[in-house]
Design a protein around this ligand. Structure first.
Ligand code: ZN
Length: 268
């Protein structure tokens, strides 16, 4: 039977015109700021907040993040760190600017340093500065009362990291998983990607991950679910809490992307 669903959407090309939706709280301690192409997560820690990713290196992205932080009622001076999922410019875009202006510390996977400093794919802007920290595979980063697990998941890039963190809603604790590199690019390693998917999916199951975060909202109907989150009433299930089975189902789409890539490259 033919699927009734709209095919998985592809994100608009970088440089497309966009309008940012309002910054949106999706959990007591987590909010999204971004647009249809890419975004970042604000994670409140009890002692300031951290960003996971920081959009593209253009003024509009910067303004969107700065305005979003204010919309959430946060003080930008409480920004402690930026956790960059991988060495692509749409994830590290504003890192240096925030560090220079607000003194936050920057984290990246060590294996992506060379990539972020040299990659010229599609003339993407590279970085000319160093990080403050590199992640530890399977390590726990502590900020205030928040503990974020960092997992090396090579494939999309060699030093791509994924995250597992606790989130709260209506007094309930959930565990959220964020797969760091979305699909496969021409230089992505499909075998490493497969091994990382297997490992991260198993780890999320072990950690009882039942909620999902994604930097590219075209992959998970993120903006539509945020629209619901902006008006959700007490008692209605949080659209980002999808259950442990739901999380495994969601990860299935990355296996599907892998399969498509393998067939396209004649590897299957
Ligand atoms: Zn990327």
């Amino acid at each position: 039977m033919k699927s009734w669903r709209t095919p998985r959407s592809v994100k608009p090309p970088f440089g497309s015109e966009w309008t940012a939706p309002p910054a949106t709280r999706i959990f007591d301690n987590v909010s999204f700021i971004g647009n249809v192409i890419v975004g970042c997560y604000v994670v409140e820690t009890g002692d300031g907040f951290v960003l996971i990713d920081c959009m593209e290196p253009d003024d509009k992205s910067r303004d969107t993040i700065v305005r979003g932080i204010a919309e959430l009622g946060l003080d930008i001076h409480d920004l402690k760190a930026i956790l960059i999922s991988h060495g692509h410019f749409d994830h590290y875009g504003q890192a240096d600017w925030f560090r220079r202006n607000y003194g936050c510390e920057l984290y990246l996977g060590k294996e992506d340093t060379v990539l972020a400093k040299t990659l010229a794919l599609d003339k993407w802007p590279v970085i000319d500065y160093d990080m403050d920290h590199y992640y530890e595979d399977g390590g726990i980063l502590k900020f205030g009362d928040m503990e974020i697990m960092t997992v090396l998941t090579p494939g999309h890039t060699a030093g791509c990291y994924s995250f597992i963190l606790p989130v709260w809603d209506e007094g309930r604790k959930h565990m959220a998983g964020m797969w760091g590199g979305s699909g496969l690019l021409p230089d992505s390693d499909p075998y490493a990607y497969k091994a990382s998917l297997d490992r991260f999916t198993a780890l999320c199951r072990e950690q009882h991950v039942d909620a999902e975060l994604c930097a590219h909202p075209t992959l998970d109907n993120g903006l539509e679910r945020q629209a619901l989150a902006r008006c959700i009433v007490n008692g209605v299930p949080n659209p980002f809490v999808i259950g442990e089975e739901g999380f495994a189902y969601y990860m299935g789409q990355y296996y599907a992307l892998l399969e498509e890539t393998m067939i396209r490259r004649g590897l299957k």
